[in-house]
Write a protein that binds this ligand. Structure first.
Ligand code: ADP
Ligand code: TRP
Length: 323
């Protein structure tokens, strides 16, 4: 199976939702599958309008990938824009993509609902994402729940293109959503997201992580009373505990006597311990930027070898170029 996914360089940190929803799966999948993981810098142009910032964020995501355990000997790690052919495939696909399909996309609908006007880039975003997936004939796309719709649109677009130009041209992919961390809650209980300001950054300082953990919403249930474990604090806690620990802890919560402050302290220690080895790896790598760049150069060469014949077959089938 060929696996592919990407994360946008849209800020200076990734958060634990990105890790549990996406990155952790990439790392697990590299053991058994061919995997391509890219930095979606073209996509980030919808949100980040500063070139220098994008370069910095791109470097930061590359470090995150390596720090989290993606192994460049197995995974192909690359910058999306280093294979600009994806923009050509995006055009080909856009000619078979109904307006109605794109009008139903969440990111676009949300923007309109907020009363903001959208650019064509945001409207066409799912087509570029489809091109990312289809250019490499990917079978599986590991993403968090919020990206499921985009993969479904990609399936629809691939089927339409195949139907028009040739049934075996493009592989119709499947999304892979992690069961236990499909939608990691943020400190305010909504989906954890960079854009909501409710995120716990993976590699922030102890002080910042503590501040975020302490700000997780709770109610005013007194210490002695039983606690509802279907709440963001307990959900977050359980993402860093084993099944046995969870059973025991949730039973204690049900009996009462467990204060929210203690749960937060325990969560903080678990979080810091969990990410510490990755943090150390990240710091070491940050001091060797040339090595990180070499990884991306090698990754893009291997990825291009897959992409070139796929695009060429699509061009031929569509009667483009010399023939
Ligand atoms: P953000 O919403 O913070 O901007 P992105 O859209 O860049 O995050 O997401 C990158 C990857 O991380 C995607 O695969 C996405 O599904 C996953 N992801 C983001 N937030 C969460 C979350 N709260 N829970 C689970 N997965 C998430
Ligand atoms: N849209 C994805 C996000 O915001 C990033 C992305 C771009 C992606 N192209 C992709 C994810 C292809 C999976 C496959 O998180």
């Amino acid at each position: 199976m060929r696996v592919l996914s990407g994360i946008q360089p849209s800020g200076d940190y990734l958060h634990i939702g990105n890790y549990l929803g996406a990155l952790r799966q990439f790392v697990a999948l590299q053991e058994e599958h061919e995997i391509l993981v890219f930095i979606a810098d073209y996509h980030s142009m919808n949100a980040v309008r500063d070139g220098a910032a994008r370069r910095e964020f791109t470097r930061s995501v590359a470090l995150d990938y390596l720090a989290c355990g993606l192994d460049p000997a197995r995974a192909m790690l690359f910058r999306q824009s280093d294979i600009p052919e994806v923009a050509e495939l995006s055009w080909l696909l856009s000619t078979v993509t109904p307006m109605g399909l794109l009008e139903r996309a969440h990111a676009y609908k949300d923007k309109l609902a907020q009363g903001q006007s959208a650019d064509h880039g945001l409207f066409a975003y799912p087509v570029l994402q489809a091109a990312d997936i289809l250019l490499y004939r990917s079978d599986l796309v590991p993403v968090g729940q919020d990206q499921k719709q985009h993969v479904e649109m990609c399936r629809d677009i691939a089927q339409r293109f195949n139907h028009t130009y040739g049934e075996d041209l493009l592989v119709v992919p499947e999304p892979l959503i992690p069961e236990e961390a499909a939608l990691v809650p943020g400190t305010d209980g909504r989906k954890m997201s960079k854009s909501y300001g409710n995120a716990i950054a993976m590699f922030a300082s102890r002080k910042e992580i503590k501040k975020a953990v302490m700000s997780i919403v709770t109610d005013s249930t007194p210490v002695e009373a039983p606690k509802d474990t279907a709440t963001p604090l307990f959900q977050l806690w359980s993402l860093f505990a084993s099944a046995d620990e969870k059973r025991e802890f949730f039973a204690r919560a049900g009996e009462g006597g467990l204060g929210y402050g203690d749960v937060k302290k325990d969560l903080l220690e678990r979080l810091l311990a969990y990410f510490e080895p990755m943090r150390e790896r990240r710091e070491a790598l940050a001091a060797r930027p040339d090595e990180v760049e070499d990884v991306l150069v090698d990754g893009v060469q291997r990825a291009r070898a897959i992409a070139t014949p796929v695009l060429e077959a699509c061009r031929q089938a569509a009667g483009l170029g010399r023939g």
